[in-house]
Write a protein that binds this ligand. Structure first.
Ligand code: Q9C
Ligand code: ZN
Length: 651
């Protein structure tokens, strides 16, 4: 135990890449239009892209070992395993016959070998993360896994890599709660079946559904299948009833469903069924979310479970969009800032309908959703609609290549008062020599240094920073004015009760979100949003702050904490982590001198360490919920990403 702990503390905590070329050595040997998209190139092209962009070299490369029978039997039946074991010796005709008993899958003499490697790869990723050899990682595997069932291959899948990995982690590392996020565009029914009565594994899947008209055409893929017996509430299906879903739709589901529930669940480990057929250009998904969205989806999961995040490849059939998406996900795991997501017009009507349905189906299981409206009687999702339900607009299948992103040379800079030691992993910036010392003990001189720090971010020489000032509330207004001279849009997040506020810019160059316990002193307007809560700040971060921040798309985030704020330190640290998904990671934190513990944990979070786990979140206070909901309703005509139902936006 001591050994394992020391290793954790002293290891570099990098990102694992688990891959073996052997998994490219099987393919479809006969003509079958359904299966022809599942090719070896899916893997070679993704791996080559990781090498070409220098990402593979930055990862800890882990060789792959075959899974054992015992591992496979964690999920599959003996009979099925024995049947698959015979496939390497079959003739082509026998293989074709064998294939016929399953849906949308093919066999090959080498697929059994590859399927054992795919399971083994997922398990080795678990080993690397759970022993602390790395913080997180990705396994590039073929065949995929999430459609395979206890006794059946299905949808190109032979063994259920992720389901086995989840059980393996529970069995070998004492992991209690596992969150499985399935962002592949197909429903991973195999994973659902494996855990539907198990409350220790929370399975979340979004999938193309089209009122059951899309493969695998299962009634049990709909939003009202929430799990069984003890597992009720631990299966979350988000059906997409139209194609063409975009970044806004995916982000809205994360903000308003997945993240609140995931934080309430408090997993010890997060696994992703990382299929990229949900990206634009994919012939199966026909969705329009761009590859850069996967940087954000990845980032939003990186502060759960103390950062223990494992991505395991599932689908993805457009080689360009697949390889770009894989690179963006891995780059994010490595700690690079996510590119600013452009063009977030808010979720479409059909997505809002799905979000609304899911939230109401789960309101009795999750206290974060308790306030969700009950489903109105116009319940159409499970009915097969006759006509008029296909996408009207031509799906857009062109998208720009993600820009080559160079992380700033300086990760975390600090502006500190004299005599204060620089926190770990930060670099102290020299004070601006031209400025004069003010009467207030340095606040004035500090301000110009803080502005210099922001200018360094603007030039992309510095990623993020931390400034300690003698009086946060006094420094805020002048600082904001200086920052708006630098940046088009500044998101200012204030935590704690302020004194009287002097005038802020009102031209939309700053969006201020002010968290406090006190009733607001200023009137709410489009660009000043007071959030008065007793303690439900985490919920507010998901359902209010993140959507606002994403829609506003700031070039810089200023996060300031007033002294004596009641916000929990661990909630604060999560906030520092989550906000780094915005503004290309350019977050500037302002703290009052002397708040020692906070300085350390803020610096740690800015430097890229995952935030501490919050523990299972308590039910939010009724008055906090009411305050938050009324705010969201008032603001959602201006800020579309705040919407969670179609009822309020009949514009
Ligand atoms: N066009 C994975 O993505 N064919 N499997 C559906 C409808 C099966 C997808 C046919 C697709 C299986 C892992
Ligand atoms: Zn898929």
């Amino acid at each position: 135990m001591i050994n394992r702990l020391t290793r954790r503390v002293y290891s570099k905590m990098g990102t694992a890449l688990v891959y073996d070329e052997e998994m490219t050595r099987y393919k479809l040997l006969w003509i079958d239009p359904v299966c022809e998209i599942e090719t070896p190139e899916r893997l070679t092209v993704s791996h080559e892209a990781l090498i070409r962009k220098g990402l593979a070299a930055r990862c800890v490369s882990i060789p792959v070992q075959e899974a054992t029978d015992e591992n496979i039997l964690l999920i599959h039946s003996k009979e099925y395993l024995e049947a698959v074991k015979k496939t390497p010796y079959m003739t082509l005709e026998d293989l074709k016959d064998f294939t016929l008993q399953y849906g949308d899958v093919y066999f090959h003499p080498n697929i059994y070998h590859c399927a054992k490697l795919a399971v083994g790869a997922a398990m080795q990723l678990i080993d690397a993360v759970m022993t602390g050899k790395v913080r997180n990682g990705m396994a590039l595997v073929r065949p995929p896994g999430h459609h395979s069932m206890r006794s059946a291959a299905n949808g190109f899948c032979v063994f259920n890599n992720v389901a086995i990995a989840a059980k393996y982690a529970q069995q070998n590392y004492g992991v209690q709660r596992v969150l499985i996020v399935d962002w592949d565009i197909h429903h991973g029914q195999g994973v659902q079946y494996a855990f539907e009565d198990d409350p220790s594994v929370l399975y979340f899947s979004w999938h193309r559904y089209e009122h059951q008209k899309f493969w695998p055409n299962l009634r049990e893929s709909d939003y009202d299948c929430v799990g069984k017996d003890k597992g009720a509430g631990f299966n979350i299906n988000v059906p997409w009833n139209k194609t063409g879903m975009q970044n806004s739709d995916y982000l809205a589901v994360f903000c308003h469903i997945l993240l609140p529930v995931a934080y309430e669940f408090c997993p010890d480990l997060v696994l992703v069924c990382a299929g990229f057929d949900s990206a634009i250009g994919d012939p199966e998904g026909e969705m329009c979310a761009t590859p850069d969205i996967f940087a954000h989806l990845t980032h939003l999961l990186m502060n759960l479970a103390g950062g223990k995040l494992c991505l395991i490849l599932e689908g993805g059939y457009n080689l360009t969009s697949l390889s770009q998406s894989v690179c963006l996900a891995v780059q994010t795991l490595l700690g690079d800032p996510a590119p600013r997501p452009a063009n977030l017009p808010g979720p479409c009507k059909s997505a809002l309908e799905s979000i609304h349905s899911v939230r109401s189906a789960h309101r009795k299981y999750w206290s974060c959703l308790k306030h969700a409206a009950e489903k109105p009687p116009s319940d159409v999702s499970t009915k097969c609609m006759e006509g008029g339900d296909s996408t009207v607009t031509e799906p857009n299948t062109a998208w720009p290549e993600p820009p080559v992103q160079v992380p700033p040379p300086l990760h975390t800079a600090a502006v500190l008062p004299e005599g204060v030691a620089c926190p770990d992993r930060c670099s102290s910036l020299p004070q601006d020599p031209d400025s004069e010392e003010g009467f207030d003990g340095g606040a004035v001189s500090k301000l110009s240094s803080v502005t210099a720090l922001a200018a360094g971010m603007k030039k992309n020489e510095i990623r993020n920073g931390l400034a300690l000032v003698s009086d946060v509330s006094m420094a805020m207004t002048p600082l904001i004015w200086q920052l708006t001279a630098l940046e088009q849009r500044v998101l200012a997040v204030w935590v704690g009760d302020t004194g009287v506020l002097s005038e802020l810019p009102e031209d939309g160059k700053t969006l201020t979100v002010h968290f406090s316990n006190e009733a607001p002193k200023e009137h709410i307007c489009r660009y000043y949003i007071p959030v008065c809560l007793q303690k439900g700040f985490m919920q507010a971060a998901f359902s209010l702050l993140l959507p606002l921040g994403y829609e506003y798309d700031p070039g810089l985030v200023l996060l300031a904490r007033m002294p004596g704020s009641s916000m929990d330190e661990s909630v604060w640290q999560q906030l520092v982590g989550l906000l780094q998904g915005l503004a290309g990671g350019h977050v500037l934190v302002l703290l009052q001198e002397g708040e020692k513990d906070l300085v350390g944990m803020t610096a740690s979070s800015l430097s890229g360490r995952p935030a501490f786990s919050l523990g299972q979140l308590p039910a939010p206070l009724a008055e906090d919920v009411a305050a938050l909901e009324s705010l969201r309703h008032r603001l959602q005509t201006d800020w579309k990403l705040l919407q969670t139902s179609g009822e309020f936006n009949v514009t």
